[in-house]
Design a protein around this ligand. Structure first.
Ligand code: PLP
Length: 384
């Protein structure tokens, strides 16, 4: 077994998840949390995050696919699991075998599930996905007769147990007037569809619509569940985006790598591919064993981004390579092979956020997190 803390690695503060869950609960009151752990909990470890969420009282999980659900079951998660995405008909039997809840991507899809259940003399548990404006998946709901009939038909298919109804916000992160109106309209449509079901004597089941920004900006909706992913990780998609509430989250991810070599360059000598950094004076360079094949975006090359070497801020210089990058450590005394460099995390009063990585990489934290590659060990946070 290799020693884990030797090249490049993530440290994850799974204990901070409980704190972040409490912060979400302060916002949403009695609304319970469905912990979204899809895409390996955005790369931070689905089973570990689900267990930390369980310890904080979460009893419902959301994933994107059947294999993600099975991974949770195999990891000992026996609570409710909703598959938010599509499961192909040839795998319908697994939904029943693993006691999973499938979301209805359309009425046609609901009919296929119903036919499967009938043929196998079983019942399939589902949540009705209502498309109120995302136009991705779901039974479209607009207040005309036909849409409601489709929803009602899905609810009355005899071999499905429709235990819940949900929808999704595309612009809950935007406090601009147009986006607010759009989101409010979605909430109205959602409520209207639910009330019409109730008026027809149909129990809609549990209701949920809020993702992380839905929780931050539309906290008082009072549905049975909300669906945070990023928030329990202690971040939003982008900390430059204004939000309505003032939660106190603890980011759970730190990223570190080791120094492999320290050397002095003379004026005129260059660093890395393309020779984009040329030393203007005697410059001490540390080579660090992390690169874009670990998930460090190459767009962070040559833009003055700072990292922490022995608690001191230093600039990354030259192009980031596949497995390595270089740092100007001229001002750091005693830096040597084996020293730990912090790329994301907190040290010596400096906080290096994932947000700044995402901004420089022209993306959002959701993508930066999920792009951390498989060769990066995900380890429990160590005390420093
Ligand atoms: C349907 C659905 N619900 C909830 C979430 C969680 O979103 P967030 O990480 O913004 O909380 C996602 C993530 O993309 C999603 O697709």
């Amino acid at each position: 077994m290799l020693t884990p803390y030797t090249r490049a690695w993530c440290e994850i503060d799974y204990n901070a998840i409980a704190h972040n869950v409490k912060e979400v609960e302060k916002l949403v009151g009695d609304t319970k949390i469905m912990g979204i752990v899809k895409a390996n909990a955005y790369g931070l470890g689905a089973v570990q995050c689900a267990k930390a969420l369980q310890a904080a009282g979460v009893r419902f999980f959301g994933v994107s696919s059947l294999d993600e659900a099975i991974e949770l079951r195999s990891g000992g998660i026996h609570d409710e699991i909703l598959i938010l995405g599509y499961t192909p008909p040839k795998n319908f039997d697994q939904l029943v075998a693993y006691h999973l809840i499938q979301s209805l991507v359309s009425l046609d899809y609901a009919k296929k599930l119903d036919a499967f259940a009938k043929e196998h003399n079983t019942k399939v548990r589902v949540h009705a996905k209502l498309d109120t404006g995302m136009n991705r998946t779901g039974i479209v709901y607009q207040p005309d007769h036909q849409c409601f009939e489709e929803l009602k038909e899905a609810y009355t298919l005899p071999n499905l147990c429709v235990e819940g109804i949900f929808s999704h916000f595309p612009v809950s992160d935007d406090l601009g007037e147009e986006s607010r109106q759009f989101t409010q309209k979605q909430i109205e449509l959602f409520d209207e569809a639910i009330n019409r079901l109730k008026n027809e004597g149909i129990d809609p089941g549990v209701r949920h619509i809020q993702n992380s920004y839905g929780i931050l900006n539309y906290k008082d909706l009072g549905y049975e569940y909300c669906r945070p992913g990023l928030l329990y990780m202690g971040v939003t998609s982008d900390d430059a985006i204004e939000i309505e509430s003032e939660p106190d989250f603890i980011p759970i991810l730190s990223i570190y790598a080791n120094v492999s070599l320290v050397k002095w360059l003379k004026p005129g000598e260059s660093v890395s591919y393309g020779r984009h950094f040329i030393a203007q004076k005697d410059t001490k360079i540390a080579t660090v064993s992390i690169g874009y094949a670990d998930g460090l975006p190459r767009l962070l090359s040559n833009c003055g981004v700072q990292v922490l070497v022995n608690g001191q801020l230093c600039e990354l210089v030259g192009n980031i390579c596949m497995d390595q990058c270089m740092i100007d450590v001229s001002d750091v005394e005693n830096v040597k092979e084996g020293d730990v460099v912090c790329f994301v995390g907190e040290e010596n009063g400096h906080r290096l956020t994932i947000d700044r990585v995402s901004r420089l990489a022209k993306t959002i934290n959701n993508e930066t997190l999920t792009r951390i590659t498989a060769r990066m060990p995900r380890l429990e946070k160590r005390k420093r």
